[in-house]
Design a protein around this ligand. Sequence first.
Ligand code: SAH
Length: 456
Amino acid sequence: MANKNEVPVRKNQVLTGTVMDLTYQAMGVVKVDEGYPIFISNALPGEEIKYLVTKANKNYGFGRLLEFIKTSPDRVSQENSVYLQTGIAPLAHLAYPAQLKFKQEQIESLFQKEKLPLTVQPTLAAPEATHYRNKAQIPVRMIEGQLETGFYRQRSHQLLPLTDFLIQDPKIDATVKEIRDILRAFHVPAYNEEHNSGVIRHIMVRRARKTRQQMVVLVTRQRHLPQEDAIVQAISELPEVSSIIINYNPKVTNVILGMQERPVFGNAYLEDELLGKRFRISAQSFYQVNAEQTENLYQQAIEQADLQPDEVVVDAYSGIGTIGISIADHVKQVRELEIVPEAIADAKINAELNHVKNIDFTVGKAEEILPEWVEKGQKFDVLIVDPPRKGLQPEFIEAVLKARPKKLVYISCNPATLARDLRLLIDGGYHGTTMQPVDMFPMSNHIESVTALELD
Ligand code: SAH
């Protein structure tokens, strides 16, 4: 760069450049004067593009694609770029094999930065690259006086009406559209964020593919819907709807579900099957969104854990107990640990449904409970963790390094926190050889993986 302090571009400049890289957020990167990066959506490595500079910060800028001069062989043509604009499917412009490679390389580069001595395997492809999601949370808003369902434009509160969500089970898309039409017919006003007025905020639909059951959750700003009985009746007649819940969320918040819910039709839960076991799932409980690929993910974890009949396994961040119950037949005892009480309530019922007896349950924060167990001298041989995106807490890792279980299986949905945590675990006396990315979220930039470690 000519002058280190000088920003080499100005806002509203039109430039051409070659895309060098694709970031974790799926933005193409063009470098100006060799060093200054400009992030541009819908631009792939190797492509030559004309773009408009939309923002020029001190150390980086943003641009908007104007024209392709040369496109990538990995680009798939898209009839509709709405999936990129909304962030529903930020990798929808990249061919599926290239998405798998992108995810592997993202992990490799994070592992290189942390100097982690693990080989990253090629990403295990999902059985279906589209229409795989079993859960939808669809915002509802008024547009020009009409109730609409769709998705927000990225980094905005502007709703784009949509009926085909590309990555969701088409039966869910159909149900959302039918509910939209019922709400329109009954003249139910949609929520208005600005004035905190209106009624319907979100429609959530979850579907169990094996049992063909659908749960509908109407998230409302009022305790009761106008003409509630008639609306519930109409929704209950839609195909496969087995449960309707009204979730009351009066707050000004981005959090979708409120704390109070009221079942108004059918059961307050769904049932699905994974690896031959049956699972009950409440509205508030976590359930993997890609059930087909979840079986492969768990299979990877089970194989890598190399479970033995005399072993005690702790399944931390257990949700509704899917992993613990799937492995219980192969080990001496399973200990489930989870923060959401509803999920543990589901897990207990799930253990009963599957006649699993060698299992116990604890509600609490993993980073508080595990240190207590270790303090009391409770022993376990295998630790399976499946934390949310923020990864493991330092207190949790400290407790692991004190307890020193022989084997550790880390299921991760965020390679950045995974790399950080693996560094600490490896420094603390664990080693591993390979790690397996498993694509749970085709078309999106989310990266799931399984890593097994053993005590040195
Ligand atoms: N293993 C389960 C759930 C994984 S999702 C499955 O495959 O379905 C992560 C789970 O961790 C969620 O159920 C979430 O409620 C739980 N969780 C989040 N923070 C936690 C914490 N601090 N301690 C224990 N569990 C936590």
